[in-house]
Design a protein around this ligand. Structure first.
Ligand SMILES: C[S@@+](CC[C@H](N)C(=O)[O-])C[C@H]1O[C@@H](n2cnc3c(N)ncnc32)[C@H](O)[C@@H]1O
Length: 286
């Protein structure tokens, strides 16, 4: 077995063993500091930075970015595997992780200054989540929903179109396995059902996170896509393996300039994840 096939198998085994939680932890981006600062500043304008709630927290990537700014944080996720992953190596003492759905928040009324949901509210029953966010936020508290699109490879400060085309080909190969989620994220939550339940909603699309990945890192990211996971669930691991292998060959062809002898496994690939942020403040009664 070649090394490439071996690493694809390892990726799929990891994917099966941990219900995706470990893959998320390894291959998904953290929100950019500029976005976290924008959210924290919005709270700080009117309220003390006391307690925040991160819903759909997954392995805690967003939670850990917010925690240093607040006295304490509650972070919830419907998936026990994700919460296990979040708590396993947690050294941050002001975070409490709990397994709870977004539609049922284990916090008293008017007890938090901030509610966030990063790259997850497209999974929620939004009216019930919004009602819960409204209940737990203090007057003047901030609700912030954010997410990010597919990784876009960059070279010399410009989109690396040949490499990006390969990533788009992988998205297209998964057509039929994406749910409404793909459209929601591609549309950056512009569907009216994402409209926040408070007046004065602000949309900010100025933030991006840059990461340096290897070819395996890019493939690992693809294996966390919900369309990919659905395909493997429905059609089996071989189908996932075939797509990753084909995508690897295409990426390799671009990275090696068509020379099959070139080792592309350690080439550093810069990718940008562009974020969108929707934010609004719960009104303060007159
Ligand atoms: C793409 S991950 C994002 C995780 C994390 N917010 C981050 O930014 O890394 C989506 C998360 O939403 C969670 N999720 C999906 N439906 C949920 C629901 N109804 N209530 C709470 N969490 C949910 C999943 O378990 C998963 O951890």
């Amino acid at each position: 077995m070649t090394e490439a096939v071996h690493s694809i198998r390892a990726m799929l085994r990891l994917f099966e063993a941990s219900s995706h939680a470990k893959l998320y932890a390894e291959f998904r981006p953290n929100p950019p500091a500029s976005l976290i600062n924008a959210v924290v500043q919005a709270v700080k304008e009117k309220l003390p930075l006391d307690r925040a709630l991160d819903v759909g927290c997954g392995n805690g990537q967003n939670t850990r970015c917010l925690a240093p700014h607040f006295r304490s944080m509650l972070a919830t996720d419907v998936s026990p595997e994700q919460i296990k992953e979040a708590t396993a190596n947690n050294t941050i003492t002001n975070i409490e992780y709990r397994v709870y759905p977004a539609e049922e928040i284990p916090a008293p009324a008017e007890s938090v200054q901030l509610v966030t949901a990063c790259q997850c509210c497209h999974f929620f029953e939004l009216p019930r989540f919004f009602a819960e966010a409204d209940r737990v936020l203090v007057p003047g508290g901030v609700l912030a929903l954010y997410g990010y699109g597919f990784p876009e490879p960059y070279r010399d400060g410009a989109l690396w179109t040949e490499l990006n085309d390969v990533i788009v080909q992988a998205q297209v190969a998964l057509a039929g396995f994406w749910t409404h989620i793909l459209k929601d994220v591609e549309d950056r939550y512009s569907d009216p059902r994402f409209r926040l339940p408070f007046p004065g909603e602000v949309r900010d699309e100025s933030h991006y996170q840059e990461r340096t990945l290897t070819l395996d890192g890019l493939l690992g990211g693809i294996s966390t896509w919900s369309g990919f996971q659905t395909m493997v669930d429905r059609c089996g691991a071989e189908r996932g393996e075939a797509l990753l292998r084909q995508t690897r060959e295409r990426l390799h062809a671009v990275l090696s300039n068509g020379d099959p002898e070139v080792d592309t496994s350690a080439i550093a690939i810069t990718v940008r994840y562009f974020y969108f942020l929707l934010m609004a403040r719960k009104p303060v009664p007159p």
